[in-house]
Design a protein around this ligand. Structure first.
Ligand code: NAP
Ligand code: MG
Length: 498
């Protein structure tokens, strides 16, 4: 990688940015077969920070062949569950050792504040490998009593699904890689992962750490390149047994079509338009700061962002002015500046997308309570924004904006079915939060909301043990927890006549 402009605030990642790294294919760090590279930008300035290999179909073919060999020759299986767990733990130790370097890479590449990457993204990434390391020895089947006449012994085993293709987005670059890689490897699969074109840096560094941890060649392959070429080649590849995707619902549908060729298994973690619902009896200080965090964490670039804010009419004005007040005080700036609380959006494209949604909201009659504007004239900064008077038919309420923009709407119902109906009025079903002092109300509402996660008096709480994924068009399957092994294993029923 040829480094072009190093930020003088970098303390740990300058060395990596300054050297030519490569994609991890078959245990080696390599450049693209075509020799092509593409530029990576710092979203705080729009300047190039590195040029990285532009992997495409030819590189995917090499990576899949390596993963196929490592799987079919039993290279990873022979390592055995306990030793596999140990290697995953070793990788966690290496990520932890290089935590500051990786947090800086996330910050300069994605734009998020360094301090946030350090306390949120990185510890969760480390923990994912440790949690999944423990599972490597615990993926079991069961014995089954048969009702047939005669004597049988029947049992199930869970076997790795095979070669897994993984395609990840740019919002939590390293964390999304770890959510995908750790369980697949614990289950005994071999993997070809493609990082997002906007944020490839931490994935390339992770490839080096896999090499250092001593993973056998071909078990893990990490590529950089574009979705339309490298990503599409993974999704369509006849030797890939399963594809796991996180990103937009639109591309998720393309993945499903591409996977049809060999009917590979598919899991999808897609978009959302998650409601935060504030009931009249809620602790308002908690609910207001919670609702603000639900949308402004990671600049709203979270699939589960609380982007629809519903507050009971008796507390609505207080909630909106409280969230707007917090929004107006958020310090927006470059991720590497220690005083920054919110960085730039990830790219020029996302900047245009988010600002055009705000314009659309204005045109269709929403009132901008705070924000709505660009910050500065360099990089891709958008002010934290609260849109009021939003109605169910507006595009800003119906579509995922994926930026720091919340749409607030009052409700005057006390009927939980009616409140849930409003929350469920979306093609998505990823997450929701409910804010109330009444435990009974909270759990009644939780059971009426159609989404993969419901938070009560909190939002954006993640743990390696919690399954995460979507109802409806928010996806197929679950990441994390024990549930994730449904994504990465096949069940075999063995029956012996005795
Ligand atoms: P995206 O296009 O869905 O990208 C996600 C991943 O899929 C990237 O690695 C991308 O590659 C790859 N990809 C793109 N086209 C592909 C194809 N035809 N076949 C296989 N892989 C393909 O998401 P985006 O463009 O980064 O963002 C657009 C919108 O998606 C956002 O505004 C947001 O609404 C949503 N999004 C959701 C999540 C989530 O966590 N649910 C995350 C990110 C974005 P390249 O990026 O390298 O081209
Ligand atoms: Mg894209």
């Amino acid at each position: 990688m040829d480094t072009i402009a190093l930020d003088s605030r970098l303390r740990h990642a300058g060395g990596f940015l300054g050297r030519r790294s490569g994609m991890l294919i078959d245990g080696k760090l390599v450049q693209a077969v075509s020799g092509k590279t593409f530029p990576v930008y710092n979203p705080a300035t729009g300047t190039v920070i590195a040029n990285v290999p532009e992997g495409d179909k030819a590189d995917v073919d090499l990576a899949v062949a390596a993963a196929r060999r490592a799987f079919d020759d039993g290279v990873w299986a022979k390592v055995g569950p306990s030793a596999r767990g140990k290697m995953l733990w070793k990788l966690a130790d290496l990520i932890e050792r290089d935590l500051e370097e990786l947090a800086e890479l996330e910050s300069i590449d994605n734009g998020k504040p360094y301090a946030v990457a350090k306390v949120a993204d990185l510890p969760l990434a480390v923990d994912m490998f440790r949690y999944m390391a423990g599972w490597a020895t615990k993926i079991t089947g069961s014995t089954l009593p048969l009702s047939l006449p005669g004597e049988y012994l029947s049992y199930t085993v869970r076997e790795p699904v095979g070669v897994v293709g993984q395609i990840i987005p740019w919002n939590f670059p390293l964390l999304m890689a770890c959510w995908k890689l750790a369980p697949a490897l614990a289950a005994g699969c071999t993997v070809v992962l493609k990082a997002a074109e906007q944020t490839p840096m931490s994935a390339l560094r992770l490839g080096e750490l896999f090499q250092e941890a001593g993973f056998p060649p071909g078990v893990v392959n990490i590529l950089t390149g574009f979705g339309e070429t490298a990503g599409a080649a993974i999704a369509a590849h006849p030797d890939v047994d399963k594809v796991a995707f996180t990103g937009s619902t639109e591309v998720g549908k393309l993945i499903v079509q591409a996977a049809a060729g060999n009917l590979k298994k598919v899991s999808l973690e897609l978009g959302g338009k998650s409601p935060a619902i504030i009931l009249p009896d809620a602790d308002l200080d908690l609910a207001i700061s919670g609702a603000a965090n639900a949308i402004f964490f990671n600049h709203g670039q979270c699939c589960c962002a609380g982007s629809r804010l519903y507050a009971h009419k008796s507390v609505y004005d207080k909630v909106v002015s409280g969230v707007a007040d917090i929004a107006s005080k958020i310090k927006v700036g470059p991720g590497l500046d220690p005083s920054t609380e919110m960085g730039p959006l990830v790219s020029d494209e996302q900047f245009s997308r988010v600002t055009s949604y705000i314009e659309d909201g204005r045109r269709s009659g929403a009132h901008v309570a705070v924000g709505g504007n660009r910050v500065g004239n360099l990089g891709y900064f958008v002010a934290p924004t609260v849109l009021e008077k939003t109605t169910p038919d507006m595009k800003v309420i119906r579509e995922e904006i994926f930026g720091p923009v919340v749409c607030a709407t009052p409700f005057d119902d006390n009927d939980l079915d009616a409140i849930a109906k409003r929350a469920n009025d979306t093609i998505y079903g990823l997450a929701a939060s409910v804010w109330t002092a009444n435990g009974g109300t909270a759990h009644k509402l939780a059971s009426r909301i159609r989404s993969g996660t419901v938070w009560i008096n909190c939002h954006n709480v993640f743990d390696a043990s919690l399954p995460f994924g979507g109802y409806k068009q928010s996806g197929w399957g679950r990441e994390m927890g024990a549930e994730v092994f449904h994504n990465y294993t096949e069940v075999k029923a063995v029956t012996a006549a005795l």
